[in-house]
Design a protein around this ligand. Structure first.
Ligand SMILES: NC(=O)c1ccc[n+]([C@@H]2O[C@H](COP(=O)([O-])OP(=O)(O)OC[C@H]3O[C@@H](n4cnc5c(N)ncnc54)[C@H](O)[C@@H]3O)[C@@H](O)[C@H]2O)c1
Length: 338
């Protein structure tokens, strides 16, 4: 029997590259479309790689027909909240207009299964201890708005055209391939765990703690960190759901437990054995005190349970940080803890 062919759009990025490896191992034929607009680190990804923009309809249709694409997984987006506030047009163009063009080209090529990377940012400031999918969606920045716009379009496309989609709302994606082959490499990096590990390895002097007067036990914000491989396993389960003929839906993906910024720093000190300097700064606007997922729906419908906890996430990301340091010809040289 021939393999099911899947198109991974944005497959050269952090989460997409891990997804390609998992799909390949699970027996899918992987075809990647990525413009490399934000992938400085060209990952070693399996399958066929096509460099191009997701809004290039003729290219997308050609790829679909040539490779008999049966389903598409979408990771291609701009992802920085702060930049989206400064330059919303850039975000609406790439994350909304281009994504809708991609969907049109897929529909024209009779692809009708789609998995979409959404985000906890769609909830805005939810004000609940654990966030489930029944809470109102009220994004407070353009990044979250772009993701919600696509979620809503996809829900109506399913009703009207039978274009089935699973929308996955990730909380804080982190970690790396445990073998050290792949990992996170954003430029600029804005995510907490890679920044902390850059401070541990000596690539950066310190990390900034934005606000220490939140309504949490140590005053720093609490977030839900989920390992990139756990996210990818949820995508695989979502794909199987669509393959089984079930309807699309929306799911939160998180560990269901939160850690404060200061707790993450402390765990990173223990895992790396290195000093990490923290400098306190003013709060950033729009950061909720606590964002923790209730991922019970994904557990029930997709049979998904995250395997990795915070220490695994940090240990795997630390291995990757050492790979990045070695690639730059400057092995990790952090200050050992006294
Ligand atoms: N990283 C997180 O914590 C997180 C959290 C929630 C949601 N997400 C979502 O997950 C997805 C993947 O995030 P990531 O961290 O892997 O990002 P990333 O920047 O590492 O990867 C995105 C990839 O998409 C490509 N791309 C962007 N625009 C494109 C276009 N028009 N055509 C073709 N390729 C294009 C980029 O070159 C890059 O390789 C994004 O949609 C993001 O919004 C990420």
């Amino acid at each position: 029997m021939s393999k099911q062919a899947v198109l991974v759009v944005g497959g050269a990025g952090f989460i997409g590259s891990h997804m390609c490896t998992l799909l390949d191992a699970a027996g899918y034929a992987v075809i990647v479309l990525d413009s490399l607009v934000s992938s400085r680190h060209r990952a070693a990804i399996p399958g066929v790689f096509v460099e191009g923009d997701m809004a290039d309809s003729a290219l997308v249709e050609r790829i679909c027909r040539q490779h008999r694409i049966d389903a598409a997984l979408h990771f291609a987006a701009f992802i920085e909240v702060g930049e989206s506030v400064r330059d919303p047009a850039k975000y609406f163009e790439n994350n909304v207009i281009k994504t809708l063009k991609l969907v049109e080209a897929l529909r024209a090529a009779s692809v009708d299964k789609f998995i979409f990377s959404s985000t906890a940012s769609v909830y805005g400031l939810p004000g609940a201890e654990a966030i489930d999918e029944s809470l109102p969606v009220k994004p407070i920045n353009p990044y979250g708005m772009t993701k919600l716009s696509i979620e809503q379009a996809l829900a109506s496309y399913e009703q009207a055209y039978g274009f089935r989609s699973v929308r996955l709302r990730y909380f804080n994606a982190a970690g790396a391939d445990p073998e050290g082959e792949l990992g996170e490499c954003h430029d600029p990096e804005t995510h907490l765990i890679p920044l902390i590990l850059q401070a541990a390895s000596g690539r950066r002097d310190h990390i900034k703690l934005f606000g220490d007067d939140y309504g949490t036990p140590d005053g720093s914000c609490i977030r839900d960190y989920v390992h990139v491989l756990d996210l990818c396993r949820a995508h695989l389960a979502a794909l199987e759901r669509l393959n089984a003929g079930l309807p699309g839906d929306v799911y939160n993906l998180g560990n269901g437990g939160g850690y404060s910024v200061l707790e993450v720093v402390e765990a990173a000190r223990e895992v790396t054995g290195c000093e990490i300097e923290v400098r306190r700064e003013a709060r950033r606007p729009g950061d909720p005190d606590v964002l923790v997922a209730d991922a019970g729906k994904a557990r029930r419908d997709l049979g998904w349970t995250p395997e990795y906890g915070l220490r695994d996430i940090i240990a795997h990301a630390w291995r990757w940080e050492q790979v990045l340091c070695a690639e730059r010809g400057a092995p990790a040289q952090g200050t050992p803890l006294r």
